[in-house]
Ligand binder design. Structure first.
Ligand code: CMC
Length: 430
């Protein structure tokens, strides 16, 4: 990261020289960290559209090219040739594992899949009709009350154990949230199943009947996990980093990430998208919804469309679309009406200058819901599945932040436009 070039900023008769940092990929970054100390001004960037908040070596996105790299490896290669736990290793430790490293990692994750038995009681405190995301925010936050021996962030061993626990237990917690919501008994994890199969089994097996998913479904599930594993400094990851910057324990930080992910502009879009496709119902109603999405007086947006960073296509959506075709084919779901609406909506939107000029393309959430619904998940489980997949990304970014010697508590400033100084007025005089 060379620092020999500077940008000149002139204002109010002052001239400041700001270092320009060169990344290994992506646009140069002007370092403004000394701007307030030297110039007495802040920068203003709501939504952080032009702001780099950290240095990172984990994930790179080129939104114009539609490129997503984890530690340099393209997502389409990882989705095709790798699998979720190997990608977890790559995100956490920076390199693809050897055979023995992967075996050891898989063993460590597998050994941590059960949750503390007393957590079962904790689940039972929720209303049956609680959204599984609500349950997950609470239960993951509560992990810090169950795993005291991995909350000291100054101890690298405890940080490692917390990371493995989170990756291992999130599928169990998500499956328990689901089982609780439908009034079925919890299904314990099985160490002889792979990560995706284990999750499917914990969701769909019952004590009275085993569940053995077709390998194509397990593969599709694993691919959904892989495609969501990390995505640079998005809203929930930035939330995890900001929470972690105060020294909060990792379980609290990941719970904060889950809360942020829930919103429909972020991870909640997969549920909102499938519900929208079902509401549209038939291709003849698509023009009505496209017109609504274009109407500035209507808050409706095409869910699963658009992205802050991708201005060409979302490479995850391409893989997801292929996966949707494979899964529906396997399950013999021909002419799935939701898939027909999705394909036609994509076609019509991409033929419309409103969407092409604003560079709005289908994102990862556009097709994922179709796969998840075909596998048998209700829409309320879509975002919990995103959360369990993204946990490794949050953990990798949190670990990177904790290990960064330049790390400081996150503390944005503001452009204050409120009342100026005034004296308190007694209530009888107001
Ligand atoms: N439908 C209709 N118009 C849209 C859409 C959409 N889905 N997305 C953006 N626009 C318009 C928006 O109205 C604005 O128009 P104008 O410039 O005339 O005011 C323009 O496109 C730029 O939008 P923006 O809101 O300034 O862009 P952003 O980068 O702040 O928002 C986004 C990105 C993903 C929040 C937004 O595209 C959106 O709300 N999409 C629908 C929700 C969705 O699918 N979210 C999942 C994102 S991918 C998974 C994840 O990150 O979790």
């Amino acid at each position: 990261m060379a620092e020999n070039r500077t940008a000149k900023l002139e204002f109010d008769g002052k001239t400041l020289e700001l270092p320009i940092l060169s990344p290994s990929l992506g646009p140069d970054v002007i370092d403004i960290s000394k701007l307030y100390a030297q110039g007495g001004v802040f920068t203003h960037d709501p939504g952080f559209t032009s702001t780099s908040a950290c240095e990172s070596t984990i994930t790179f996105i080129d939104g114009n090219k539609g490129e997503l790299l984890h530690r340099g490896y393209p997502i389409d290669q990882l989705a095709e040739k790798s699998h979720f736990l190997e990608v977890c290793y790559l995100l956490l430790y920076g390199e693809l594992p050897s055979v023995t490293e992967l075996e050891d990692f898989e063993l460590r994750v597998t050994r941590h899949t059960m949750v503390h038995e007393q957590m079962h009681n904790f689940f039972r405190g929720f209303r049956r009709d609680a959204h599984p995301m609500a349950t997950m925010v609470g239960v993951v936050g509560a992990m810090s009350a169950f795993y005291h021996d991995s909350t000291d962030i100054s101890d690298p061993w405890q940080r490692e154990v917390a990371s493995i626990r989170l990756i291992a237990k999130l599928p169990t917690i998500a499956a328990m949230a689901y089982k609780y919501s439908i009034g079925q008994p919890f299904v314990y994890p099985r160490n002889d199943c792979d990560y995706a199969t284990n999750f499917l089994r914990m969701c769909f097996a019952v004590p009275a009947e085993e569940y053995q998913p077709d390998p194509i479904l397990s593969r599709a599930m694993d691919r959904i996990f892989t495609l969501h594993a990390d995505h640079e400094q998005n809203a929930s990851t930035s939330t995890v980093r900001l929470a972690g910057s105060s020294g909060a324990n990792p379980f609290a930080c990941i719970a904060a990430g889950i809360a942020c992910l829930w919103g429909p502009a972020h991870g909640g879009a997969n549920q909102a998208c499938l519900e929208m496709l079902q509401e549209i119902g038939t291709p003849d109603r698509i023009p009505e919804y496209i017109a609504r999405a274009k109407d500035k007086d209507d808050p409706f947006r095409l869910m699963g469309f658009g992205h802050r960073v991708y201005k060409n296509f979302d490479p995850r959506a391409t893989v997801m679309k292929q996966s949707a075709d494979e899964v529906l084919d396997l399950l013999g779901i021909e002419d799935n009406p939701t898939l027909q609406v999705a394909k036609e909506l994509e076609r019509q939107a991409l033929d419309d200058p409103y969407f092409t000029e604003k560079k709005l393309f289908p994102n990862v959430d556009f097709y994922s819901g179709i796969i998840l619904e075909a596998i048998g998940f209700p829409t309320s489980m879509f975002t919990p599945i995103f959360a369990l997949s993204r946990t490794v990304g949050w953990v990798a970014q949190w670990k990177e932040m904790i290990g960064d010697p330049a790390g400081k508590i996150g503390r944005p400033r503001q452009l204050y436009t409120g009342a100026t100084l005034r004296d308190y007025v007694d209530i009888e005089n107001r």
